[in-house]
Each structure stands twice: as structure tokens, then as C-alpha cells.
Design a protein around this ligand. Structure first.
Ligand code: BG6
Length: 368
């Protein structure tokens, strides 16, 4: 069942190229246009919506955070991302012009189910992005866009996260095609980029041992900070969550730009900081994050830098560099998160912990 891997988590990390490829599969017509037949929400309604609210918990919520960057850019309507349990018990502004997107691997997370029910009571259409066929959220929503990650057994989510980003990107491209905010050839260009991701994820996996060596050398750390900017920010949050869940190490993710507004006070000699660096082909984003690496390094941080192949600007300030293949900005979460998953998995393994069944956690939380 574990496909020759020591744990489900190891297997599921390696399943990721396929999870992305399978989620893309069969979603274009013969002309290459995006076809999301399963959407079953009237096109007239999808043309009319003026806001999207993503509701989810845990890793699924971080997939929503990533999606916000792409969907707003492509569809030009506001996307809010909210933890399902917070959404449910405040008084959110939702109506028939709101599309609520519920992201859930299991489709059984009670907090997310309650948010779905609340949204539908307010007259919103709910689109579920779920991995488990026939699950409660799938059944109770107006439409379902399935992620095809296959069964995810390890409690902490890995391949479902990549499949969720892929599916929400398809949704964004579909809406931009429908609403005419992107030309069809632009949509096709993004689909081509997405189709290249499985190969790029394989390239990251091929360097797994380097990441595991780094993790083993850090098995005694007590706190790790993660920094990212733009789509790298939710990647930093997810990297920190993986480390908490799997290795029980205090970890926090920050928006890199926020560092100077507070968190930099945490930096002391030897503090490990993992930085997700944007592609140098986005110089404004890139330069700012490189200077953040410089700032934490100058204050004694031990810097572990996730940077694109050929990015030499980071070299003077990096204690360790983990290379990822060149990828368009919006697609980078799908490659940049992989070393962070491997890092957390190996650190937990080095500490002798059960990575598939971390203490106190359940695969799907069916109570509020
Ligand atoms: C938590 C799991 O309980 O629920 C996480 O430990 C998961 O891994 C989160 O991301 C949300 O679960 P789901 O099934 O709604 O995606």
C-alpha cells in the first residue's frame, strides 16, 4: 500500500506529479479550451458573480490563499479566503452574487460543512473542491470540482494541497475564459504551464536527498521561521504548518515584507529562517526578498534559501540553498512547497516520530 516507501507521507509526497497531472486530465476539449462540465452552475450565474469567498481549514485554506493571487489576477473579481469556522460565526456579506468555494480533501471537515450550509442559506452558490467522491461537502454543494489526488492517508496533507491549487487554478482560468478577462490563447498558455508542472515537481523530488541531509543536520532546532512574499507567503505558512504537525517544532510563517514591522525582533544568532524566493524574472518581488535574506543574515540567522536554478543573487546571503526549477511566478507554489514537505517529513523521521499519525491530530475533524 505504501508503494515501497517507508511511510504514507513519503509515498504521497512522491505521488504529487501524478496528483497534479490527474487533476488536469480531461479538462480541455478537442480545441484545447477548458471544459469544466462538472461545474453545473448556470453560466449566467458565473458571469454575474462579483465576489469569491474561499472557505477551508488547515492546508486546504492555504491552497485557497495561493488561489487568490491567481484568480484575482485572471478573473478580476475580489477573492477572500477565510477559515471556515471564522466565516460561519461572524456575519459575512454573502449573497446570490457571491461564489463560495469550499476546499476540502476529505469533504467531511465539520467546520467547512457548516460554512457551506451557511453560505447556501444566504443564497450563495457553493462550489466544492474536494478529493473524496460522494463526501458530505460534495453532496451538499451546488457543484463539485474534484481534485484527483487519489486517497491521502497520512494525516498531514501533501498531495491534496497541490491538487487543490491545480483545481482552483483551473476554476480561475475557466472563469476568465467565460467572462472574457483573458484571451483564449492566454488561457491556453497558462494551461501549458500547468501541464509542465509534474515534470518540474519530479525535478524537485530528484534532489530529495539534499533536503533530507539539511533536515537531519537540524534535528535539534526548537524554532524555525519561514518567509515568503506574494504566492510564496502561503507557501511559507504551509511550510511552517507541516513542521508543527509532523515534527512538533515551533514554526511560524511570515509575509517577508512584514518582517520589519515586528518579527525581525525574533532573529538572534543561529535562528533558522527558511526563505522562499520569487523568480528573478519578477525583479521587484525578487529584490525585496533578497534584501530580507540579507537583513536576517546580518542579525545572525541561519538562512536556508529556496531559490530558482541560476539565481546567483541569493548566494552571498544563503547558508544553504535548495534549488527549484525556473517556474512562472503563479506556478511556483507547486514546486516550492515540495522541499518544505520533505524537510518536515525528514526532520520528524530523524526525531523518531510517526509522520503518518502525528499526535493529537485526525485526518478529518468531524466536530466543530
Ligand atoms: C486537518 C488535517 O484536521 O484538517 C489537515 O490534519 C487538513 O491536514 C485539514 O488540511 C482540512 O481537512 P480537509 O479534509 O477539509 O481538507
Amino acid at each position: 500500500v505504501k508503494g515501497g516507501y517507508p511511510t504514507f507521507m513519503d509515498k504521497e509526497i512522491h505521488d504529487q506529479p501524478k496528483a497534479v497531472a490527474d487533476t488536469l486530465l480531461g479538462r480541455t476539449d478537442e480545441q484545447g479550451n477548458l471544459q469544466l462540465d462538472e461545474l453545473r452552475i448556470d453560466e449566467a450565474i458565473l458571469r454575474r458573480i462579483d465576489k469569491i469567498i474561499v472557505v477551508a481549514c488547515g492546508t486546504a485554506a492555504y491552497a485557497g490563499h495561493v488561489a487568490k493571487y491567481a484568480v484575482e489576477h485572471w478573473v478580476r473579481i475580489p477573492v477572500e479566503v477565510e477559515l471556515a469556522h471564522e466565516f460561519r460565526y461572524r456575519d459575512p456579506v454573502v449573497n446570490e452574487k457571491t461564489l463560495v468555494v469550499a476546499i476540502s480533501q476529505s469533504g467531511e471537515t465539520m467546520d467547512t460543512i457548516m460554512a457551506v450550509r451557511h453560505a447556501r442559506e444566504q443564497g450563495s452558490k457553493v462550489l466544492a473542491v474536494v478529493n473524496t467522491y460522494g463526501s458530505t461537502i460534495a453532496r451538499e454543494s451546488d457543484a463539485v470540482l474534484y481534485t484527483h489526488a487519489g486517497p491521502e492517508v497520512a494525516v498531514a496533507s501533501t498531495k491534496a494541497f497541490l491538487a487543490q491549487i491545480t483545481a482552483t487554478y483551473l476554476l480561475g482560468l475557466y472563469l476568465s475564459q467565460l467572462r472574457g478577462t483573458k484571451y483564449l490563447d492566454e488561457v491556453a498558455g497558462y494551461l501549458t504551464e500547468l501541464a509542465r508542472l509534474p515534470e518540474k515537481i519530479e525535478q524537485v523530488l530528484a534532489r530529495e536527498e539534499e533536503v533530507r541531509d539539511i533536515a537531519r543536520s537540524m534535528r535539534d532546532v526548537t524554532s524555525v521561521l519561514f518567509l515568503g512574499r506574494h504566492v510564496g507567503y502561503p507557501v511559507a505558512l504551509e511550510g511552517a504548518l507541516k513542521l508543527k504537525e509532523l515534527a512538533y517544532i515551533h514554526a511560524e510563517g511570515f509575509a517577508a515584507g512584514e518582517l520589519k514591522h515586528g518579527p525581525i525582533a525574533l532573529i538572534d544568532t543561529g535562528q533558522p529562517v527558511i526563505i522562499v524566493v520569487p523568480t528573478p524574472r519578477r525583479p521587484t518581488l525578487h529584490a525585496k526578498v533578497v534584501s530580507n535574506i540579507q537583513e536576517v543574515r546580518a542579525r545572525g540567522a541561519h538562512t536556508i534559501v529556496i531559490a530558482e536554478e541560476g539565481d546567483t543573487d541569493v548566494e552571498p546571503y544563503a547558508d544553504v540553498i535548495i534549488r527549484i526549477p525556473a517556474t512562472p511566478t503563479l506556478m511556483t507554489p507547486l514546486v516550492a512547497v515540495v522541499p518544505l514537505q520533505i524537510f518536515a517529513c525528514e526532520l520528524a523521521t530523524a526525531k523518531g516520530l510517526d509522520v503518518d499519525q502525528p499526535r493529537n491530530l485526525a485526518k478529518s475533524v468531524t466536530v466543530e
